[in-house]
Design a binder for this molecule. Structure first.
Ligand SMILES: [Zn+2]
Ligand SMILES: [Zn+2]
Length: 280
């Protein structure tokens, strides 16, 4: 057994631009590939908040890029590597009403200007809201779906204020006191208040670390990883390509080299029940 390969970025400064404790979800995966990252706590709320006091501008990627650039500026680390994360929550664009979580991690190698992006879309989220007032049954159903009190809540008030980080019944009752004119209860999506979200970010960080640990077969740069799923898994009965993924496309953002990788579950065919021809 030989020594573990040394990552080409070993010894370089790696900054994780974060607020709300997301470093805890990201650092272990980086440590696993030999990168000792340091957390740079930013006031990332100025880049946009989930409660909308600061309107988000641009795409998730642009938001993450602004955070990573800010970290490089603040640390005066012009040649460093910066990593930033961004999340968004809302109805799934495909599945409609089901709430969907989108998480993105961006790596900027400031020495080369190169960017590596990993994104993840998942139905594993407690994202929900409840207009107030509501009756006891609806409140309890909402609290269950919101995974309260293990996950915190936010109460929006008629005057535009928010009570954030509500993690217990007493705090919730206080915030919902009619004197405070509550108008809505919603899930607190900040990572340190939301273990489900923290888990999603950690899973994405492991995917990113896997890509960072994989050198591009064409140019040797780290970061050869998942780009997108390739649809077209063929029906086992009639051979029609379905909307299911037949393979994963891997891509190098340094040189553009692409390669296909088989599905992780090794499935080679779709079932007739999943086929638009056999089961229209
Ligand atoms: Zn390459
Ligand atoms: Zn078929």
């Amino acid at each position: 057994m030989g020594a573990a390969p040394v990552h080409p970025w070993t010894g370089r400064r790696v900054l994780v631009a974060t607020m709300h404790g997301k470093g805890a979800a990201i650092l272990p995966a980086l440590a696993g590939i030999g990168l000792a990252a340091e957390v740079l706590e930013l006031d990332t709320d100025r880049f946009g908040t989930f409660t909308g006091e600061v309107e988000r501008t641009g795409s998730m990627l642009e938001a993450a890029r602004a955070k990573a650039r800010a970290a490089l500026d603040i640390a005066a680390a012009r040649g460093a590597i910066a990593i930033a994360s961004e999340g968004a929550f809302g109805p799934d664009p495909v599945l409609g009403f089901l709430p969907c979580a989108r998480e993105l991690l961006l790596v900027i190698d400031a020495a080369s200007g190169r960017e590596i992006v990993q994104a993840r879309r998942s139905l594993e989220t407690n994202f929900a809201s409840l207009d107030w007032p509501a009756d006891e049954a609806r409140l309890e159903a909402f609290l269950s779906r919101a995974r309260f009190p293990g996950h915190a809540l936010i109460v929006a008030h008629a005057d535009g204020r928010f009570t954030k980080g509500i993690a217990g019944r007493a705090g919730l009752s206080e915030a919902l006191d009619p004197g405070h004119r509550p108008v809505r209860v919603e899930t607190d999506m900040r990572a340190h208040m939301n273990p489900t979200r923290m888990g999603e970010i950690a899973a994405l960080a492991r995917t990113l670390a896997g890509a960072l640990a994989t050198p591009c077969p064409a140019c040797g740069e780290p970061g050869f990883g998942f780009e997108r799923a390739l649809a077209g898994l063929a029906c086992i009965d009639c051979g029609t390509p379905t909307g299911l993924a037949r393979a994963e496309l891997l891509r190098c953002s340094a040189c553009g080299h692409e390669a296909e990788r088989a599905r992780r579950d090794a499935r080679t065919h779709a079932e007739p029940g999943e086929c638009p021809a056999c089961n229209p």
